[in-house]
Design a binder for this molecule. Structure first.
Ligand code: SF4
Ligand code: SF4
Ligand code: SF4
Length: 335
C-alpha cells in the first residue's frame, strides 16, 4: 500500500513538474511553418513534418488560433477516447480499430508522434507556447498521465509506428518468426536505454537535434527522407518481419523513456499465485515483458493479451483450479 501511494505521489509530481514548467522557453514551432504569412496561416500543433522547422526557427512569429485547431483538438480527443475505451473494454475489435486509426490519423494524416525532439525539449526545458499548441499538449499530457497510471499505454495503441508493427504482426505468418534466446533478449532490451542516453548526451554536447532522424523512424509517415534514411528503414522493417516489434523492444528511445516512467505506474497488471508456475501468459506476451510470475513494467505496453488470459475462466490456471476445487468439494459433500 505504501509503495502504491509513493508511486502515485511520484507520478503526480512528475506530471505537475512537466506541466508547470511548460511555457518557460517556447520553441515557437508552429510559426516557423511560414512566419512571413502570419495572418493567413492556420496554427497547427507541431507535427513530424514540422520537427526540422521546430528545431531551426526559434524566432518566428506565432499565428493565432482558428477553427482548424478546434477540429484538430476534437479529432485527437476522439482518437484518445477510442484508445482508452479499447483499453478499458479489453476489446480486440476496438484495439484493432485504434491501431488502424493510429497509423492513418496519427501517422499519415496528423504526423504527430512523441519524439526524441520532445525529450530534447524536456531536457532543456523548452516547450511550445500552450495556447497555440493545445493539441500537442493534449498528446503529451495523455502520454505522461496514462504512463503514470497504467504504464506504456501510448506504445500499446497510440504511437503510429508501434501500431504499424503490431498490425504487421497480425498478418505475417508465425513460421517467419524468430524469438531471441532469453539470455540475449534480456541484454538486448538495454540497447534502447543506451541509445536514449547516447542521443541525449550527443544533443547536450553538440546542441544538434537532427540526430533524431537517424535514431527513430517516425519521419517515415511524412514520406520524406534521404536514401540513407529509407535504406535504414527498409532494413528495420525487414528485421521486424522476423523479430516481432523489433524497434519498440530493443531500439526506441521514446519507448525507453516511457519505460523508465512506467516504473512509477500506479495501476499494474494483477497476478494470481498460480502465475508462479504457470507459463501461459509468459508465452503469450509478444513483448518479452513477462518473466515467470513477474511483469517487467518498463517493457510492458499494456497490450491486453495477458490480461485477457488472466480473466479467462476456460484458460487461466487460477480459474481452472478454482473450478476443480469446487467440484471436489461438491463431490465430497455428496459422499
Ligand atoms: S516503443 Fe517507440 S516506436 Fe514503439 S510504440 Fe513506443 S514510442 Fe512508438
Ligand atoms: S494464465 Fe492465469 S495463472 Fe497462468 S500465468 Fe496467466 S494469469 Fe497466471
Ligand atoms: S502480454 Fe501482458 S505483460 Fe506482455 S505486453 Fe501485453 S499486457 Fe504487457
Amino acid at each position: 500500500m505504501m509503495g502504491l501511494t509513493l508511486r502515485a505521489v511520484l507520478a503526480a509530481l512528475l506530471c505537475l513538474t512537466f506541466i508547470g514548467s511548460a511555457p518557460a522557453q517556447p520553441l515557437q514551432d508552429n510559426a516557423s511553418i511560414a512566419p512571413s504569412a502570419q495572418e493567413s496561416i492556420a496554427p497547427t500543433a507541431p507535427s513530424l513534418a514540422d520537427l526540422d522547422l521546430l528545431i531551426e526557427d526559434d524566432d518566428a512569429q506565432i499565428p493565432s488560433l482558428d477553427q482548424s485547431d478546434i477540429i484538430d483538438l476534437a479529432a485527437l480527443g476522439a482518437f484518445l477516447v477510442l484508445a482508452l475505451l479499447s483499453f478499458w473494454k479489453k476489446s480486440k475489435v476496438l484495439k484493432l480499430a485504434t491501431m488502424v486509426t493510429s497509423v492513418i490519423y496519427m501517422g499519415f494524416v496528423k504526423g504527430n508522434l512523441v519524439s526524441l525532439v520532445h525529450i530534447f525539449g524536456l531536457v532543456e526545458l523548452s516547450f511550445p507556447i500552450f495556447k497555440y499548441n493545445v493539441s500537442w499538449y493534449l498528446l503529451i499530457f495523455f502520454t505522461i498521465v496514462s504512463t503514470g497510471l497504467w504504464g506504456r499505454l501510448y506504445c500499446g495503441r497510440v504511437c503510429a509506428f508501434g501500431a504499424l508493427t503490431q498490425l504487421m504482426d497480425q498478418i505475417i505468418p508465425s513460421r517467419f518468426r524468430y524469438e531471441l534466446p532469453r539470455r540475449y533478449e534480456q541484454r538486448a532490451v538495454y540497447v534502447k536505454y543506451i541509445l536514449l542516453a547516447g542521443s541525449v548526451g550527443y544533443f547536450l554536447f553538440s546542441g544538434d537535434k537532427f540526430i533524431y532522424k537517424y535514431v527513430e523512424p517516425f519521419w517515415m509517415f511524412t514520406l520524406t527522407g534521404t536514401t540513407v534514411m529509407w535504406t535504414m528503414l527498409t532494413l528495420l522493417l525487414l528485421t521486424t518481419v522476423f523479430i516481432r516489434n523489433f524497434y519498440c523492444r530493443y531500439l526506441c528511445s521514446v519507448g525507453s523513456a516511457l519505460g523508465l516512467l512506467s516504473n512509477l505506474s500506479i495501476f499494474r497488471i494483477k497476478r494470481w499465485k498460480q502465475c508462479n508456475t504457470c507459463k501461459l501468459c509468459e508465452k503469450a506476451c509478444e513483448w518479452g515483458a513477462i518473466q515467470g510470475p513477474k511483469i517487467l513494467v518498463s517493457e510492458c505496453v499494456r497490450c491486453d493479451d495477458c490480461e485477457i488470459l488472466y480473466s479467462d475462466d476456460k484458460k487461466c490456471v487460477h480459474w481452472l483450479m478454482l473450478k476443480k476445487n469446487s467440484l471436489k468439494r461438491a463431490a465430497a459433500a455428496i459422499i
